[in-house]
Design a protein around this ligand. Structure first.
Ligand code: MTE
Length: 307
């Protein structure tokens, strides 16, 4: 991410909550249905915009995926996470589930994952910085965890936190405006969507630390900063949670962060992107190519305002 403050242009906090609420309530129901039936239909391909024929995306190499990273706790350079994160201790690992749910708890990672089966999902990852990759993840649906937690009727969002352990995390030059840990969040219907994945591996191997071991999110229709790494806490909330990038630079990074070629970042266009390993620029696809699956989540929402 590129760091610079700009005057904010997106409404924040309770104003956003109110505006988004009606969508949230409606989609809560739809989300449950989709989570129940959708798992077998996960697309690993994108479609040709004219013919709708599937286009296979070639995955990036293991080396590319594990050597060009954003994980600011380990430094601001793309090579820093691979150089600095290898010593992070990822076992044992505890995930706390709390907030507005009937089944809160502290879980060892192994218990947190049960009884979900691991699935292979090849997803595009589009960073807000206008580069992209194609990554063969292994993981399990976030919807499984949401279902087991049994969010109460007033829960509308899920907030996530990354581990914050300064003894293991060397970054000292930069600090988010709302402090560490790195925080992210999803609306509950987004979290229940069958594409939202909790990731534990890539290329069939245990997830490398620089990619967010031992547990990260992959939300492929959103800019990569929503895909929070090394998760230690999930909290169900009524209010839209403050997230690291939207709190630090609200005029540049919104809560929704849906990939959208028509809505420019204040300092660059989002119309095109560079796939890591290629020289040519590709057209950026609406919702990163997952519009058929997710566009209905945002019916009635002004995507330029709620970027
Ligand atoms: N999670 C944490 N905790 N810290 C970070 O700095 N960077 C985000 C996201 N998750 C980040 C994070 C950004 S900006 C991107 S693009 C993706 O991780 C990058 O994932 P990758 O390094 O596996 O490609």
């Amino acid at each position: 991410m590129i760091i610079r403050s700009k005057p904010k242009s997106q409404p924040v906090s309770s104003e956003i909550t109110k505006e988004a609420d009606y969508v949230s309530r409606r989609r809560f129901i739809a989300g449950i249905t989709a989570a129940g039936v959708g798992a077998a239909m996960i697309p690993a391909v994108r479609r040709d915009p004219e013919s709708s024929a599937p286009l296979q995306d070639e995955p990036n190499s293991f080396d590319e995926i594990t050597s060009y990273n954003n994980f600011y706790e380990f430094g601001l350079g793309k090579e820093d996470p691979a150089a600095n994160a290898h010593s992070m201790v990822t076992s044992p690992w505890t995930v706390t589930v709390d907030g507005l749910c009937s089944n809160p708890g502290e879980y060892h990672l192994e218990d947190f994952m049960k009884p979900s089966a691991l699935e292979d999902r090849v997803y595009r990852l589009r960073c807000v910085e206008a580069w992209s990759m194609v990554i063969p993840w292994q993981g399990f649906p976030l919807a499984d965890v949401v279902r087991r937690a049994e969010p109460t009727g007033s829960a509308r969002y899920v907030a996530f936190e990354t581990l914050w352990d300064p003894a293991q995390m060397p970054e000292r030059r930069w600090r988010p405006r709302n402090g560490w840990p790195y925080r992210e969040g999803l609306r509950l219907d987004e979290a229940q969507h069958p594409l939202a994945l909790l990731v534990t591996g890539l290329y069939g191997k245990t997830l490398p630390n620089q990619n967010g071991a031992p547990l990260r999110l992959a939300v492929p229709w959103k800019y990569g900063f929503k895909s929070i790494k090394s998760i230690v806490r999930m909290t169900f909330t009524e209010e839209m949670p403050a997230t690291t990038w939207s709190a630090t630079t609200p005029g540049e990074y919104g809560f929704f962060a849906n990939v959208n070629p028509q809505v420019s970042h204040p300092r660059w266009s989002q119309a095109r992107e560079r796939r890591i390993g290629e020289l040519r620029r590709r057209e950026t696809l609406m919702f990163n190519g997952y519009a058929d699956e997710v566009a209905s989540l945002y019916d009635g929402l002004d995507l330029a305002r709620w970027f």
